[in-house]
Write a protein that binds this ligand. Structure first.
Ligand code: SF4
Ligand code: SF4
Length: 364
């Protein structure tokens, strides 16, 4: 496992966590074995927007003795009182549900208290007016919630919450078909989505990624809006390369599926290379670096992806990005202008020209 630090805190979070959609309605013994395999594999971040209550029974049983080593995302707005997942903005139901979740998990604190699944402005108003957002803020002041989060699929809603300056983590759906607005489910243009990721990085708000495989759609050529399947390794790497991302939360229905996802760390770089999505790109993504590093090797040994990422972040107003750029071993000014990268870039980035632009911008 590799870990990334939460910017608004000191928590070190595994870059792969566990989503609970698959174990929520699995048999409890299977769910428990899955959670156990995840913890043994180094996973320390568990999302609990689950499809059903069994994820809570399993986590409560398996993780109660290692509680301080793990982090839970608990959702204010997910309800399990009917024995399956339900979404609600009713304040009494939310309060009772959170009490039940904490009891079942054998815990009395919440690492990440999430405003759950808000995709429309009217629902955001409701959660403010019904007292749930003020309640979450109060629980944070009291130390019961350590960090506030929001889960949404809608960039404009995420921007609204970022304006309120209360969240430390955003749970957002990220995969190539949503980012390139292919298929039915992605919300927001490529630019809106990239601007959101950059804003999160700039403001120190981590992103936990849901739907990295687009609900399995992208793993199946018949279902994929690109007409071609991608692998879990490619999609995990894609999500981890977006600015702001701390962790990706794939679902797993069994210990075997957990181990399959964790085999990402033993995979070759070529197996994680997702640059073939360059063939599927949306028009507004043409000529934009997606930080995939497919253009390597660079004879000047420049980390082309990282140089481009810091440049984009600096232009978006991230004050730390310049320091990060300067601390790199090699800089855009060392570009030899060989053009190898531009020739290999599936996204039609004129990288040599960009390196000159970057060198001028940072003065190095
Ligand atoms: S220049 Fe192209 S190939 Fe290189 S990192 Fe950017 S998008 Fe990927
Ligand atoms: S043009 Fe510059 S950045 Fe691109 S491969 Fe050549 S030396 Fe590296």
């Amino acid at each position: 496992m590799e870990y990334r630090r939460l910017p608004h805190g000191n928590e070190m979070i595994g870059v792969i966590g566990l989503g609970s959609a698959s174990i929520g309605t699995a048999r409890i013994d299977t769910a428990a074995k899955t959670v156990e395999a995840a913890f043994k594999g180094g996973i320390n971040y568990f999302d609990l927007a689950s499809s059903g209550p069994n994820a809570f029974y399993a986590c409560g049983e398996v993780l109660k003795d290692v509680r301080e080593k793990i982090h839970y995302q608990i959702h204010f707005g997910a309800d399990y009182s009917e024995g399956k997942y339900g979404w609600t903005t009713d304040p009494d139901t939310i309060r009772k549900s959170v009490e039940w979740q904490l009891d079942t998990l054998s815990t009395d604190y919440i690492d990440f208290g999430f405003i759950h699944c808000i995709d429309e402005e009217k629902d955001l108003h409701t959660m403010e007016e019904n007292g749930i957002i003020p309640l979450i803020v109060k629980l944070k002041k009291e130390g019961i919630i350590h960090h506030i989060g929001l889960s949404t699929h809608t960039p404009s809603i995420a921007e609204r919450i970022l304006d309120m300056d209360i969240i430390d983590m955003l749970m957002f759906s990220i995969n190539p078909c949503y980012d390139y607005t292919k298929g039915e489910f992605g919300i927001g243009t490529n630019s809106e989505r990239m601007n959101l990721y950059r804003r999160c990085e700039k403001e120190g708000v981590g992103i936990s990624v849901m739907k990295a495989f687009a609900g399995g759609q992208l793993l199946d050529a018949k279902l994929s809006p690109f007409g071609k399947a991608l692998t879990k390794n490619q999609l995990i790497q894609y999500a981890l390369d977006r600015p702001g991302v701390i962790t990706v939360l794939p679902g797993a229905a069994s210990p075997e599926e957990v181990n399959e996802v964790l085999s990402f760390f033993d995979s070759e770089e070529t197996e994680k290379d997702y640059s073939e999505i360059g063939q599927f790109k949306a028009d507004d993504a043409k000529g934009r670096c997606v930080y995939c590093n497919h253009c390597q090797p660079c004879p000047a040994r420049l980390d082309i992806a990282l140089i481009n990422k810091y440049y984009d972040l600096a232009k978006a107003g991230d004050e730390l990005a310049k320091e990060h750029y300067i601390s790199l071993g090699r800089h855009a000014s060392e570009c030899l202008g060989c053009g190898h990268c531009s020739a290999r870039c599936p996204f039609e980035v004129n990288q040599y020209q960009r390196m000159m632009e970057i060198a001028e911008y940072f003065g190095i």
